[in-house]
Ligand binder design. Structure first.
Ligand SMILES: Cc1cc2nc3c(=O)[nH]c(=O)nc-3n(C[C@H](O)[C@H](O)[C@H](O)COP(=O)(O)OP(=O)(O)OC[C@H]3O[C@@H](n4cnc5c(N)ncnc54)[C@H](O)[C@@H]3O)c2cc1C
Length: 400
C-alpha cells in the first residue's frame, strides 16, 4: 500500500492500515517536522473515532474543550447560545476540541515509529513526481525525487495508492481528475492574541460569532490565547493585507463601547491570511488510486469541517481495504468506499460549509431557548440537537 502525503489525513490512514494489519509506505515531500496545515478544530465525531484507536486522550490534555457556541449581536448586546449538552446522548465527547492539528500529526508520527505491528516506511524529503497507472485496478508505480538527490530518482510500486497530497495535489492532475468549484474573492485574516480585555473575554464562549451590521468576526479560544477570524469586504482587501493596522482599526471600532481604542494599538497581535475555496473532484477512484482529504475536497474553513471529514474518510478507507483483503473482495470494498464518501461530500460536506459562507453560523435558524417547562421546549431541544449533530458530523458515523 502506498500513501502519498504526510498531512493529517495520509498519516491517520497509514496508522489505521497498520492497526488493521496492513503494511504501507508513506511518502512526504517535506521534513516530518515541517507543518503547513492549519486546522484547529476537532469535531465530536472525530474525537469519538480517534478515542477507539487510543488517540483522543493525549489530544484532550493539550487542547481546549469548547462546550458552547455563541452568537453575539454587538449593537444590541444580545447573546444566543447553543450548548453541546444537547448532543450528550449522541457522543462520548459533547464538545469540540481546539488544538492545532500539528498535535495530531506529531502523535501519529510517534505511534507510527513505535515498534509492533506490520512495518510502516516513513519516507520524508521525497516528492512524488510521476504516477504510472494503467487506469485499471492493477497497481501503480511512482517515480520520486529526493529533496537532496540531484537527478537521482527513486521508484516505488504498490497494489493500491492512497492519494492524500493536499489541495494542490499534483497526483489528482495526473489522474485526469477535475477540481471544480469556486474560489472566494475575499481573503480571510487570522489574528492570534495572547489575551483579550476582561470586559470582552467574559462575554465570549469557546466559539463566538460576533455580528455588527455587515461586519462579522469569529472568536475562538485556543490553548495559547485567542484566535480571531476576520473577513474584509472586497474593497478593503488591499489595505487589510498590507499590514495589521487595518485589523487593529476594525477591532477598535467594533468594540468602541467596551474598550479604549488605544488598547488595540498596543496589544501584541500576530496576523496571517489565507484564501478559501469550495471545490471537489468528480470521483474518488481512478484504477488503483483512491483520492481523499484536501486532494479530493476543499471548503470554507468556517465551522471547521474539512480536515475532520478527511480524517473520517481516511479511517473508513483503511477499514474498507482491511475488510476487503481479508474477505478477498478488495475491489468491491474500495468501490463502495469511493461511492459512499463522494456522495457524503456532495450531500453533506459541501452544502454544510456553503451555508456558512456568507457570515452564516451553526446557530442560524434555531429558535431562541425557552424554559424547559415552556410549551415547545422539547421541540426546540430536538431542533438544536439535530443542528449540532450535523455541525459535528455525528450523523456520518455510527454511535460509539
Ligand atoms: C487557516 C485554515 C484553518 C483551517 N481550520 C480547519 C479546522 O478548524 N477544522 C478542519 O476540519 N479543517 C480546517 N482546515 C482545513 C484543513 O487544514 C485541511 O482540510 C487539512 O489540512 C487537510 O489535510 P490533508 O492531509 O488532506 O492535506 P495537507 O495537510 O495539505 O497534507 C498534504 C501533504 O502532502 C504533501 N505533498 C503534496 N504533494 C506531494 C508530492 N507530490 N509528494 C509527496 N508529498 C506531497 C504535502 O507536503 C503535505 O504534507 C483549515 C484550513 C486552513 C487553511
Amino acid at each position: 500500500m502506498l500513501v502519498v502525503g504526510g498531512g493529517p489525513v495520509g498519516l491517520l490512514t497509514a496508522f489505521r492500515l497498520r492497526q488493521c494489519g496492513l503494511p504501507c509506505t508513506v511518502v512526504e515531500q517535506h521534513a516530518w517536522a515541517h507543518n503547513r496545515s492549519r486546522a484547529s478544530t476537532f469535531q465530536p465525531a472525530v474525537l469519538d473515532r480517534l478515542a477507539g484507536l487510543g488517540l483522543t486522550a493525549p489530544l484532550l490534555s493539550a487542547g481546549v474543550k469548547v462546550d458552547r457556541v455563541r452568537s453575539w449581536d454587538l449593537p444590541t448586546g444580545s447573546h444566543q447560545d447553543l450548548d453541546y449538552a444537547v448532543i450528550g446522548g449522541d457522543t462520548l465527547h459533547p464538545f469540540r476540541l481546539h488544538l492545532e492539528q500539528a498535535a495530531l500529526r506529531r502523535l501519529l508520527l510517534q505511534r507510527l515509529a513505535a515498534p509492533g505491528g506490520p512495518p510502516v516506511a516513513l519516507l520524508e524529503h521525497h516528492r512524488v513526481e510521476v504516477l504510472e497507472s494503467n487506469g485499471a485496478c492493477e497497481g501503480v508505480r511512482l517515480r520520486l525525487r529526493p529533496a537532496t538527490g540531484g537527478d537521482r530518482t527513486v521508484r516505488l510500486a504498490g497494489r493500491w495508492l492512497v492519494v492524500a497530497d493536499g489541495a494542490r495535489s499534483s497526483l489528482r492532475q495526473q489522474l485526469g481528475l477535475a477540481f471544480d468549484g469556486v474560489d472566494l474573492p475575499e481573503p480571510v485574516l487570522r489574528l492570534t492574541l495572547p489575551a483579550l480585555p476582561e470586559v470582552i473575554a467574559q462575554q465570549l464562549a469557546g466559539v463566538t460569532y460576533l455580528k455588527a451590521g455587515a461586519r462579522s468576526l469569529s472568536v475562538l479560544r485556543m490553548p495559547e490565547g485567542w484566535r480571531l477570524i476576520l473577513r474584509p469586504l472586497i474593497h478593503e482587501c488591499q489595505r487589510a493585507l498590507t499590514d495589521d493596522s487595518w485589523a487593529r482599526e476594525v477591532l477598535s471600532e467594533l468594540f468602541a463601547s467596551l474598550v479604549e481604542p488605544a488598547w488595540w494599538q498596543d496589544t501584541p497581535l500576530h496576523m496571517d491570511h489565507y484564501r478559501v475555496a469550495q471545490r471537489c473532484v468528480p470521483e474518488r477512484q481512478v484504477g488503483a488510486a483512491l483520492v481523499l482529504g484536501d486532494a479530493a475536497h476543499v471548503t470554507n474553513t468556517r465551522g471547521g469541517l474539512n480536515m475532520n471529514f478527511g480524517l473520517l474518510e481516511g479511517l473508513a478507507l483503511a477499514e474498507a481495504l482491511a475488510s476487503g483483503v481479508s474477505a478477498g473482495t478488495t475491489t468491491q470494498a474500495l468501490a463502495r468506499w469511493a461511492l459512499h464518501w463522494q456522495a457524503r461530500t456532495i450531500d453533506a460536506l459541501l452544502p454544510r460549509t456553503s451555508e456558512l459562507l456568507a457570515g452564516g453560523t451553526p446557530l442560524d435558524g434555531i429558535t431562541p431557548a425557552t424554559g424547559t417547562q415552556a410549551p415547545g421546549a422539547a421541540l426546540d431541544r430536538q431542533q438544536r440537537r439535530l443542528k449540532l449533530r450535523r455541525a459535528s458530523l455525528l450523523d456520518l458515523v455510527e454511535l460509539p
